[in-house]
Design a protein around this ligand. Structure first.
Ligand code: PEP
Ligand code: MG
Length: 740
């Protein structure tokens, strides 16, 4: 019998009666791997790793040798969750020497994290006197042992570093970052609390592989059913789920699960092992797109584990209304499952704006927070939580009076929303009758339903790159044309401003071959790529023209820095337009105003464009040289500052004179005081996410515009030393009953 199979078989015998006795495990592993030392460290409260079993180190060090997470090689392995394989450990910069262990004799070291459900429970390490690098098979064997003994370690009391005891009932506040706005209050439900597989080893690999094949088929069918059941045909976020389906069908990782089964593992343990390895590998990627796909893979692994349970398992039960889901990572199908069970909000520790589940949560209007580090270690199922995504925080086990205040806020919000609903079919206008056109910012087919739900006048910004990012690739021309045609069908004659691909910066496609840049936001991105790779841009422009099929079409270019760039882009559009039949009944061409240099080219630009749309998100970052993704800079510079208001006022005057239409589509347009100020400056086309349309309409309906205009003009005339006019404007708004 080969070493791995013999070791696994003996481990199974050891574990036949329950948790593996750790002293036996270390003895067995040291003997089978021909190592002088094998040690197990368990995680203890306070982020400490304690030596709990050893073969080869001094036995009286057990219970005494403790390392902080991040300290020494073992601490580093726990901190990073990755394997370390060192021929000369003592000279590694992270090495720390603990005299009580007597380990000075050992040169080489292989250390593997012991993990379960994404949590690090400890570390297992082997050491040898002679300097050597452990081979791939040895690494794999130790990883398998780590997987097998994770349960035993948990039973032996390994925590994952969280504080224990009285703290478990105290209120705790965690800050994070808003991924989808809103407020929710409810009991905590925890994602990924799936039990470790009961059977880790199997004697009959062939039977086990057959079980795996059946489970894969069941899983694929389940995914298809989910897509059909959850999403009305036509409005499906197909781009995301199709991408997910592709990962599910990818044979690469399934092949590796089959290999693990051949090595003696059960199908369940094989799936866990491969998912764990892939997770470790993906964790090291810096590319945000690839990191975000980590959650998809885990979603699939969990789904596959569930479908390996041939008894059918338990049907998912509904959760209490408003329940708040806590997850370390979450895949798109999992989000849809939980949504069907009735959750009211989500906290994803490793969530980021481009993750598939987050894109769906936004489209579904589920309040979602990213970050909130440590909450999973602290929360218990059923704990009450207040998820206040608007304020970037979640409060766990709030005190009674805090909870009451939030419950009141939530009720008020519901009442306001019920009131908003009555506004849906009314035109957006101020109290004195000034009409304002409110449009939607969207990027996924599934969001088109929001047109009817909000009564928006059209789509002021269709971010074409979102579907591609969700898909993970640039889709071909006919498929693009189909998506754009669906958008125009849904808009049903209402205007749609299609923005051409705005990739690059923080929106990267895998394998795009984009060079690493020091300042990607100011790098080779967006229209710059389109002009340098005209085939790509022309393909998209042709798709847009074909989708229009004789209807009106508006095309907007992002990140234009010079009039020459605009002209070059428009020339590509016109070249395509000359060939596509039927021609659009009207073709409007415009640009985003995001790069400040364009502001000094307005006379020339305004002679050439049909419309301008101000992207305040990028304009602010370039105007103030403040990266829009850096949390420490959030809120530091204000749209309501004299320079920005001067720019907007000037744009309004010049576009009006030139007969060019002007809108604002950056996030600022969705905030009540900012929107009020823009309307006060005379700008009456605002484009925003769906959640903001009715609140902004309600704000406008109450707005005494002439009075506000006077206040705004006075504040702009006399800013004093203020860097922002927010205070006087907000004071007036509050006095007049607005919530700002
Ligand atoms: C903007 O920059 O304000 C904008 C609307 O574009 P995006 O947020 O997609 O960069
Ligand atoms: Mg932008």
């Amino acid at each position: 019998m080969s070493t791995p199979r013999r070791l696994l078989a003996r481990l199974r015998d050891l574990m036949a009666l329950g948790a593996a006795p750790l002293p036996e495990v270390v003895r067995l592993v040291a003997a089978e791997l021909v190592s002088e030392v094998c040690s197990i460290y368990a995680m203890r409260p306070g982020d400490l790793l304690e030596l709990v079993a050893t073969e080869g180190l001094r036995l009286d060090a057990i219970g005494r040798t403790r390392l902080r997470v991040g300290e020494g090689i073992v601490g580093l392995v726990a901190a990073q969750g990755t394997v370390m394989n060192l021929a000369d450990a003592q000279n590694h910069p992270a090495f720390v020497y603990r005299a009580e262990t007597g380990e000075e004799k050992y040169a080489s070291l292989l250390a593997v994290p012991i993990r379960r459900a994404g949590r690090t429970l400890g570390v297992i390490a082997v050491q040898n006197r002679t300097p050597r690098r452990y081979d791939a098979e040895e690494v794999e064997v130790l990883e398998t042992v780590a997987l097998l003994i994770a349960g035993s370690l948990a039973e032996a009391g390994a925590s994952d570093g969280a504080a224990e005891g009285a703290a478990a009932t105290m209120p705790r506040r965690f800050s994070g970052s808003r991924l989808s706005p809103g407020l929710a209050i409810g009991p905590v439900v925890i994602h990924g609390n799936s039990a470790a597989p009961r059977r880790l080893l199997a004697d009959d690999p062939v039977a086990e592989q057959a079980r795996l094949a059946r489970a894969v088929e069941r899983m694929q069918r389940g995914i298809d059913d989910l897509i059909e059941a959850q999403l009305p045909v036509g409005d499906a976020p197909r781009e995301i789920l199709e991408a997910y389906r592709l990962v599910a069908a990818d044979t690469g990782w399934l092949k590796r699960v089959n290999e693990a089964i051949r090595g003696g593992l059960s199908a369940e343990a094989g799936v866990q092992r491969v998912a764990g390895e892939l997770r470790d590998r993906m964790r090291r990627f810096t590319d945000p797109y690839l990191r975000e796909r980590m959650a998809d893979l885990e979603d699939l692994a969990n789904r596959l584990l569930a479908s390996l349970d041939e008894s059918g398992g338990k049907a998912p039960e509904p959760v209490p209304p408003g329940a708040i889901l806590l997850a370390r990572r979450l895949g798109p199908a999992e989000l849809l499952d939980w949504q069907a069970r009735g959750i009211g909000g989500v906290v994803i520790e490793e969530g980021s704006p481009g993750a598939h589940a987050v894109i769906l949560a936004r489209a579904l209007g589920l309040p979602t927070l990213g970050g909130a580090r440590g909450i999973l270690e602290t929360a218990e199922e059923g704990d009450c939580a207040i998820l206040d995504a608007d304020e970037d925080q979640v409060i766990l086990r709030p005190e009674g009076n805090v909870r009451q205040v939030y419950e009141y806020a939530l009720e008020t919000r519901h009442a306001r929303q019920a009131g908003f609903a009555t506004l849906r079919d009314k035109p957006a206008q101020t109290r004195d009758g000034t009409k304002v056109s409110l449009m939607l910012n969207v990027g996924l087919a599934m969001e088109l339903a929001q047109l009817a739900a909000t009564g928006a006048e059209g789509i002021g910004l269709f971010r074409t790159e979102i579907a591609m990012l969700a898909r993970g690739a640039i889709v071909d021309g006919p498929e693009q044309a189909a998506v754009y045609a669906r958008v125009l069908d849904a808009a049903d004659g209402r205007p749609v401003l299609f923005r051409t691909l705005d990739l690059g910066g923080d929106k990267l496609l895998p394998g795009s071959g984009q060079p690493e840049e020091d300042n990607p936001a100011m790098g080779w991105r967006s229209l710059r790529i389109g002009l340098d790779r005209p085939v790509l841009l022309r393909r998209q422009l042709r798709a847009l023209l074909l989708a229009a099929g004789g209807r009106e079409l508006s095309v907007m270019f992002p990140m234009v820095a010079t009039v020459a760039e605009f002209r070059a882009a428009r020339a590509l559009l016109m070249a395509e337009a000359a060939r596509v039949r039927p021609a659009p009944s009207k073709l409007s061409v415009g640009t985003m105003v995001e790069v400040p240099a364009l502001l000094w080219q307005l006379p020339a630009l305004l002679r050439e464009v049909d419309f301008l749309s101000v992207g305040t998100n990028d304009l602010m970052q370039f105007l103030f040289a403040a990266d829009r993704g850096t949390p420490a800079l959030a809120g530091r510079y204000d749209v309501l500052s004299p320079p920005v208001l001067d720019i907007l006022a000037n744009l309004h005057v010049l576009t009006a004179e030139a007969g060019v239409s002007l809108s604002i589509c950056g996030e600022a347009a969705s905030l009540p005081l900012e929107a009020m100020t823009m309307v006060g400056l005379g700008i009456t086309q605002l484009s925003m996410p769906a959640s903001a349309i009715l609140p902004i309409k309600a704000m406008l309906a109450d707005l005494d515009l002439p009075a506000f205009r006077a206040v705004l003009a006075a504040a702009r005339r006399n800013p004093g030393h203020a860097t922002s006019l927010r205070d006087p404007l907000a004071a007036w708004a509050r006095e007049h009953g607005h919530t700002v």
